[in-house]
Design a protein around this ligand. Structure first.
Ligand SMILES: C[S@@+](CC[C@H](N)C(=O)[O-])C[C@H]1O[C@@H](n2cnc3c(N)ncnc32)[C@H](O)[C@@H]1O
Ligand SMILES: [Zn+2]
Length: 193
């Protein structure tokens, strides 16, 4: 008896997906590599409702005070992507301090790319670098504690610096550059009493 000859089916993203969504040890659901993903691979686009910061604030101001869950991605000063509306599996990628992915913003679209070779079964993760201000309530900031479990976990999903500290630094650097261009020193920083 002979087996019928199999016709080779073309390999598609559907038949051989790069990733699967399943429960995560870090939090809720996560996204895992279904096969080896090479460094530099563009894995998925972070999509969802494209809204202003004001709209994002009004959508989520009613959230419970003890809930740090968010599907919002800040693209720039004017644009957020709310993956809670019209999102795809990218919305399930958790934060990892020891990230194997990064987000690339191109033409105000957000893509998630591998920054090293990722083995099948590894959970995908990027550094959320959530924005915060130094005047924010510390209890509220504590809601963004990280549970990635990495040896180098920095224990928060927040960015290392507050937005206001970063803006101050940028302003100072710009003043220094301007003064250097004019050929004189910037005014000395006054020390606080
Ligand atoms: C875009 S969602 C990621 C998917 C999420 N696991 C889920 O099932 O909905 C982002 C939220 O997941 C949680 N999360 C993601 N990474 C985390 C981490 N490293 N530690 C603690 N919570 C995390 C936080 O609540 C965060 O606001
Ligand atoms: Zn961590």
């Amino acid at each position: 008896m002979r087996h019928a000859q199999k016709t080779a089916k073309p390999t598609t993203a559907e038949s051989n997906p790069l990733y699967v969504v399943k429960r995560s040890k870090i939090h809720g659901r996560g996204v895992y590599a279904a096969r080896r993903i090479r460094s530099g691979t563009r894995i998925i686009e972070y999509v969802g409702d494209r809204i202003s910061h004001e709209e994002a604030d009004s959508r989520y101001e009613m959230k419970a005070d003890d809930d740090g869950h968010t599907f919002l991605f800040v693209v720039d000063d004017d644009l957020c992507i709310d993956a809670g509306v019209g999102g795809n599996p990218a919305r399930f990628i958790n934060h990892k301090c020891d990230a194997n992915c990064e987000t690339i913003i191109e033409g105000r679209r957000v893509f998630i790319e591998a920054i090293r070779t990722i083995q099948p079964g590894e959970e995908l993760g990027y550094d959320y670098q959530l924005t915060w201000e130094s005047t924010d309530d510390p209890d509220e900031l504590a809601l963004y504690a990280c549970r990635c479990g990495a040896a180098n976990c920095r224990e928060t999903m927040l960015d290392r610096e507050s937005i206001d500290a970063r803006k101050k630094k940028e302003k100072r650097a710009a003043a220094k550059k301007k003064a250097a261009a004019r050929g004189r020193k910037p005014a000395a920083k006054r020390k606080r009493a």
